[in-house]
Structures are given as structure tokens and as C-alpha cells.
Design a protein around this ligand. Structure first.
Ligand code: NAP
Length: 304
């Protein structure tokens, strides 16, 4: 199969489309024939990290790119019960997990059955590829913020991928959501359920909690009332706690059951699937460069 692999340490954009053996599912795993694989900032972090490695560094096994996959199950391993060949599915996959042959940016992707969700007929597989990482991240980070009803939440980077899901899911849960975005994001943020759109943090304060997807750190923390809550997206980069505000950050984990809920909400139109465009694997650099240039709304999706 063809897969995007980090190939040349020490080089900018040191990835290439390589030929690898077709991966085979083992017990509890399924093989997905990829239809779409979304491109996320995490891919850029991996590319940049690889660019800082010493030239000549050898990885012990292929280092693939891509976390979000949607496609069709074509093989199942022993013991898989809920999925069969032909099932339309999506998953969050970690390229360096022990089961992974490569990342999602590959013609075939191996994923544990528990991490996979069926995609409702109403959701296009290319749209479904944009859902797993960012909806699950928003959902899992919101769960760290405590009770929602009647409380005020600030979401920074609100029109981004994580932020957009956070606004919509929080509003559904009863938070009064203020969204920090750009002026041109007002339509999307109103549809997502924000009660207020702001474009900078000057003069802003008194929130019960902030979900800081734009990594504004201390500036975002200052907008939280005493004894409130700050949740960030990068463990290790969060600001120092102050005034009794709790400060946490977490990394998303795959969760096929919850992903099924996210896809159902997408099918119902409660969550908006936002796709910037599609690019074939062989031209993936176009998608990485577009994401790197900033200002993107919706995800670029790689296709075989
Ligand atoms: N913890 C985890 O497991 C996890 C999972 C997924 C993602 N992440 C991280 O979460 C972060 C967000 O990811 P993402 O995919 O949502 O990125 P994204 O789609 O690029 O969204 C970031 C958003 O922040 C906005 N923004 C940045 N600075 C701003 C400012 N000063 N004022 C208003 N808006 C501002 C950007 O607007 P413009 O585009 O207009 O600049 C963009 O809309 C990334 O660092 C990513 O690596 C963490």
C-alpha cells in the first residue's frame, strides 16, 4: 500500500509517499480501506519535530502521518463482532500505537475495533474524516470543566476545529458560551450556539471557565474568575495557576462509542462538518502547506 511516511530527518517537509506491505489485522482489529484522512496541526508538529531530528536518524519502524480516518472496513481480525467487511466507519488512530502500521494517511489503516464508529448513511465519508480527533478532543476537554448549566464558558480559537466542536457541544450542554474568533467567523459561531462573539480579550473577565484551544495561556487564564477553571490543549504548556483557578490540559484518547455519538450529531446537523477541500495522497504537501498558512476553516482531507 501507499502511505505517507516521515522519511528524511533533518529536512523541512521530510515526508514521502512510500510503498509498504499491506497491513493485516490481528485479534480485535479491523482494516479500513481509507476514503478520507483529515490533515491536522498534529501532523505539522510531527513534520516539524522530524525536521529537527539529526540527519541520518533511523526510526525503528515506519513513522506514518495522519490521525483521522474514514473509509470502508475490508478485513477484520479474529474476535471482531460489531463490524464486517463493507461497514462504513471512521476512527481516531494513533500512528505510533503498537497496532499501527502507518498513520491515517495511507491506503489501509489498522485500528482496534473499540476505536471505530459506524458512519451514518447521511454523512459523507469525506466529511466523516474531519470528525474524530477534534470532536473527541472538544468532548473530553469539556468534561474537565465541571457543571455546565447556567455557567459562563469562554472558548478561544472558537472557529478552529477543536474550538468549533467545543462551542457547539458546550452550548448543547447548557453552557453560556462566549466565542473568541475572527469577525468573519460570526455566522458559524452563531449557528454553533455561541451567545457572544468577541475578537480580543481586552476588558474581558469573570468567566467560570475557559477552554483555550488558541493557546493564549496567561491571557486566557486572566479572563477566568477566582476559583474558576482553565483547560488547555497542550499538557506542559499550560499557564501557572493563580487566584485558585484550576489549570489542566489533556491529550485526547480514542473512543469509538463516543465517536458514534459525534457522528450521529453530525448526521442530525447539530454538529457542522467543515471540509476545506480534498487532495490526493500524492499531493499531500498542498494540504500541509495550506494548513500551515493559517486562516483555514474546515479540514483538508487526503484521498487515496
Ligand atoms: N490535546 C489534544 O489532544 C489536542 C487534540 C487536537 C488538537 N490539539 C491542539 O489544539 C490546538 C487547536 O487545534 P485546531 O485543530 O482546532 O487548530 P485550528 O483549526 O488551526 O484552530 C485554531 C484557531 O485559533 C484561532 N486563533 C489563534 N489565535 C487567535 C487569536 N489571538 N484570536 C482569535 N482566534 C485565534 C485561529 O484563527 P486563524 O486561523 O484566523 O488564525 C483558528 O481558528 C492545536 O494546537 C492542536 O495541536 C490538541
Amino acid at each position: 500500500m501507499r502511505a505517507i511516511i516521515l522519511a528524511r530527518p533533518g529536512e523541512a517537509n521530510g515526508f514521502e509517499l512510500s510503498d509498504l506491505p499491506d497491513p493485516q489485522p490481528t485479534a480485535g482489529q479491523v482494516r479500513i480501506r481509507m476514503v478520507g484522512a483529515a490533515v491536522n496541526p498534529a501532523d505539522l508538529h510531527m513534520i516539524d519535530d522530524w525536521a529537527h531530528r539529526k540527519a541520518g536518524t533511523r526510526a525503528q519502524r515506519p513513522m506514518g502521518l495522519g490521525l483521522d480516518v474514514a473509509g470502508v472496513v475490508d478485513l477484520v481480525g479474529p474476535g471482531v463482532q460489531g463490524l464486517s467487511a463493507g461497514s462504513r466507519v471512521a476512527a481516531l488512530t494513533f500512528p505510533h500505537a503498537s497496532h499501527a502500521a502507518a498513520g491515517a494517511a495511507a491506503e489501509y489503516v489498522i485500528v482496534p475495533e473499540d476505536d471505530v464508529a459506524l458512519v451514518p448513511d447521511a454523512v459523507d465519508l469525506l466529511d466523516a474524516a474531519t470528525v474524530p480527533l477534534n470532536s473527541l478532543t472538544a468532548d473530553q476537554l469539556l468534561a474537565l470543566l465541571g457543571p455546565s448549566v447556567g455557567r459562563r464558558l469562554l472558548v478561544t480559537g472558537a472557529a478552529g476545529a477543536v474550538g468549533g466542536y467545543a462551542v457547539a457541544l458546550a452550548a448543547r450542554d447548557g453552557w453560556a458560551v462566549t466565542a473568541l474568533g475572527r469577525p468573519s467567523d460570526d455566522g458559524f459561531l452563531a449557528r454553533a450556539g455561541a451567545v457572544d462573539l468577541i475578537t480580543d480579550l481586552r476588558g474581558i473577565g469573570g468567566f467560570d471557565a475557559v477552554l483555550d484551544t488558541a493557546l493564549l495561556n496567561e491571557a486566557a487564564l486572566r479572563a477566568v474568575r477566582d476559583d474558576g477553571a482553565y483547560v488547555g490543549v497542550f499538557p506542559g504548556l499550560e499557564p501557572e495557576p493563580e487566584r485558585g483557578v484550576s489549570v489542566t490540559a489533556a491529550v485526547v484518547v480514542p473512543d469509538g462509542r463516543r465517536l458514534r455519538d459525534m457522528l450521529a450529531l453530525t448526521a442530525q446537523g447539530e454538529l457542522e462538518a467543515r471540509r476545506a477541500g480534498t487532495v490526493p495522497l500524492a499531493e499531500a504537501v498542498r494540504a500541509y502547506d495550506a494548513l500551515r498558512s493559517g486562516g483555514q476553516r474546515g479540514r483538508w482531507v487526503l484521498t487515496p
